[in-house]
Design a protein around this ligand. Structure first.
Ligand SMILES: Cc1ncc(C[n+]2csc(CCOP(=O)(O)OP(=O)(O)O)c2C)c(N)n1
Ligand code: SF4
Ligand SMILES: [Mg+2]
Length: 316
């Protein structure tokens, strides 16, 4: 594991907002994979998403999360089928709309770990604006995008991360539109934790998920996850077992340096893996909790109907 990973500061609440307790010392029993697995995943044999699911189970087991400590939310796509396969609270929501739904849960239930999963189409096409706005609001949740550079569920259309020249059902002569860079987009939008990993490196995926979960803010992970059906071999260049290279973010990279993070994110494929950016700044959760607290002080001692009456009077 790189120094960058080991150096992640402990999670510190920025306001009076309760954060999930450090469960390893809680004396609770870790859930087993059997207690966490729901339906058998319907993904194609060899799909990279299997590995992400297995590591999510590992994370929950390692951190001794209980069924009522976390929630898994997703949009639509092969990757977004994720919550079906987890025996826990979760939602398979509308295409591209997982983040606003998750924001509501995060704001109303600060005691939960909110994990959101999805694909590159769900995150950056139809859900593109929600991605930007959830990042800029610094909502406390972890977003794992299983990026396979293609729309898998709908059988091979060009996605916003498909490279130039990619032949698909929507680009029979090869993609002509420049792909987005998810890391740059996240940093520019205001995400406070930005990391990249690949499903073929399980230890690294787990380390990134753990660091993201401990981050008090919007944590984003781009996880390369091969679609063996419609984009076979897309990430071979990032896989040493296929003759590629897995290069970690340089150990001396200052993860609070936005400009440097942006530069590293722009490296040609296969690029770097690890934590590019990690800063602490007040979350939407903390700010809204402060506002709520101040508002409650103002109506202290009043009955609910009196508070309602006050509001109606104000609207006259
Ligand atoms: C509003 C709406 N538009 C389009 C679709 C069709 N659709 C379903 S999944 C998907 C793209 C999925 O791609 P991605 O998010 O990359 O997930 P993957 O299947 O690759 O994991 C599309 C276009 C839909 N379900 N709803
Ligand atoms: S179509 Fe691709 S992304 Fe979907 S399950 Fe199959 S291999 Fe995975
Ligand atoms: Mg995809």
């Amino acid at each position: 594991m790189s120094e960058a990973i080991a150096e992640i500061p402990p999670r510190v609440p920025l306001s009076g907002v309760p954060v999930a307790p450090p469960l390893p010392d809680s004396g609770l029993k870790a859930l087993t994979k059997k207690e966490l697995a729901a339906d058998h995943p319907t993904w194609c044999p060899g799909c990279g998403d299997f590995s992400v699911l297995a590591l999510y189970f590992k994370l929950i087991e390692k951190r001794k999360l209980q069924h009522d400590n976390f929630v898994s939310i997703a949009g639509i796509g092969c990757s977004s089928r994720f919550p079906y396969f987890v025996q826990a609270h979760g939602v398979h929501y509308i295409h591209g709309r997982a983040l606003p739904f998750a924001t509501g849960i995060s704001l109303s239930r600060p005691d939960l770990h909110v994990f959101v999963f999805g694909g590159d189409g769900d995150a950056f096409s139809i859900g593109g604006n929600h991605f930007t706005h959830t990042a800029r609001k610094n909502v406390k949740l972890t977003y794992v995008v299983m990026d396979n550079w293609v729309y898998g569920l709908t059988k091979k259309q060009t996605s916003p991360t498909s490279p130039l020249g990619f032949k698909s059902k929507t680009d029979q002569w090869g993609a002509v539109d420049y792909p987005i860079n998810p890391l740059k987009q996240a940093i520019a939008a205001g995400a406070t934790f930005v990391a990249r990993t690949t499903s073929t490196n399980p230890n690294h995926v787990l380390a990134m998920m753990e660091a993201a979960m401990d981050h008090d803010g919007f944590s984003f992970i781009e996880c390369l996850s091969e679609c063996v059906e419609f984009y076979e071999g897309a990430f071979d260049a990032a896989n040493p077992r296929k003759g590629g290279m897995f290069m970690e973010v340089p150990k001396n990279h200052d993860t609070s340096d936005e400009v440097n993070a942006y530069q590293l994110a722009g490296a040609d494929f296969p690029g770097y893996f690890g934590i590019f950016y990690n800063i602490n700044k007040p979350t939407k959760n903390a700010k809204e909790a402060d506002i709520n607290k101040a508002a409650m002080e103002k109506v202290k001692g009043l009955k609910d109907w009196q508070i309602l009456q006050k509001n109606f009077d104000r609207l006259r």
